[in-house]
Design a protein around this ligand. Structure first.
Ligand code: NAI
Length: 339
């Protein structure tokens, strides 16, 4: 079977990593084109990946390049528009999370996806493809912890990235859409239920600069679900020990804990400072297996003519709940979800 011809769009912090995976590690993929609005990033793609078909304009890439699929790792604000354009060109689409930064544009993506049922549409909720998170889902489905009713999940980044995050807010949608969409997606996936209400609190405890962009550096959200299940979802941009994403699921017969200590590996250091483990530093170090697995699954879905486990509906729901959390935080009150 011919390799799937892919054009990557966005070669920033994460795009470069995805591009390297698609070029060297994903079987059945041929990375044949790249697009970025940053010239140095296109130079990087030519020099490091040997890609010749380089574009600074997305529409031009869609017109001219010989592609089966696009892989969108652009700023969050353009995911929905770029997804729609590619679907309407007859291409398969992988888009990084969030699927869109407002609900109507996500619903539009959903409609266009439904109009193109033979094309694969994939939202990059990478944690579903991390071996530990996937194993936890398998255990829940096997009934190992009985009926799950409470998820506690957090996304925590190193303080050293905070300055970058402040600049990122206008295109990322803020801490709830940028960080917590992952936790929202996991809570829905594990609990098998939809969010009914959110009550978000937070503040700029370390970096006041987040106030000026109506965002926060530390947040916590009490989330209730249609059937009375619950989630406590939190985020922080001020950790000093490492990237500390972890999740706990409580059920009627047991508890699953995923990655509670963000250990770099299994080595423990016993010395004058005590007993310690070194920590993973960033999302890529923590989730590098998941990023590779999701890209491989995208290509497999195309080659096997099937849809992935994560749908455009999941993309809309995560954005809808992330938006409600942002509203709740900014208004200082509980927000109900209506749909
Ligand atoms: P970045 O700012 O480093 O890179 C953005 C890239 O998008 C740049 O290459 C820029 O040239 C390109 N771009 C922006 N607008 C464009 C346009 N109209 N046409 C063509 N190219 C355009 O951002 P970063 O950190 O790489 O994030 C990219 C996306 O990946 C974001 O949506 C972010 O939410 C997502 N992400 C997902 C993570 C995960 O855990 N799944 C982790 C980090 C980022």
């Amino acid at each position: 079977m011919a390799a799937v011809k892919i054009g990557i769009v966005g070669l920033g912090r994460l795009g470069k990593r995805h591009a390297e995976n698609l070029k060297h590690k994903v079987s059945g993929a041929a990375l044949v084109a790249a697009c970025s609005v940053v010239k140095e990033e296109l130079d990087w793609a030519r020099e490091n990946l040997g890609i010749e078909a380089l574009y600074s304009n997305y529409d031009q890439m869609l017109e001219e390049a010989d592609l089966d699929a696009v892989f969108l790792v652009t700023s969050s604000a353009v995911h929905a528009e770029q997804s729609i354009k590619a679907l309407e060109k007859g291409l398969h689409v992988f888009t990084e999370k969030p699927m869109g930064v407002d609900v109507p544009e996500c619903q539009k993506v959903e409609r266009v996806v439904a109009e193109h049922p033979n094309q694969v549409f994939f939202v990059g909720f990478v944690r579903r493809f991390d071996p530990s998170y996937a194993y936890a889902k398998q255990l829940i489905d096997e009934g190992v912890i009985g009926e799950p009713f409470l998820v506690r999940s957090q996304t925590v980044d190193l303080d050293e990235y905070a300055e970058f995050q402040v600049k990122f807010v206008p295109t990322s949608g803020g801490i709830f859409l940028d960080c917590n969409v992952h936790d929202i997606d996991l809570a829905r996936w594990y609990l098998g239920s939809e969010v009914k209400s959110v009550y978000a609190k937070g503040g700029s405890y370390v970096h006041q600069a987040f106030d000026s962009v109506h965002d926060a550096d530390n947040t916590v959200v009490l989330t209730t679900f249609d059937d009375g299940k619950m989630a406590v979802i939190s985020a922080s941009r001020t950790a000093f020990h490492g990237h500390d994403t972890h999740t706990e699921i409580t059920g009627s017969k047991g508890i699953l804990k995923i990655g509670m200590t963000p250990a770099k590996n299994r080595v423990e250091v016993f010395d004058g400072h005590g007993a310690r483990t070194h920590c993973v530093r960033d999302f890529f170090e923590r989730f590098h297996e998941g990023f590779l697995a999701e890209a491989q699954e995208f290509v497999n879905c195309i080659r096997e003519n099937r849809q992935p486990i994560v749908s455009a509906f999941d993309g809309t729901k995560a954005t809808e709940v992330g938006f409600a959390m942002t509203d709740s935080f900014q208004q200082g009150k509980e927000v109900q979800l209506h749909s």
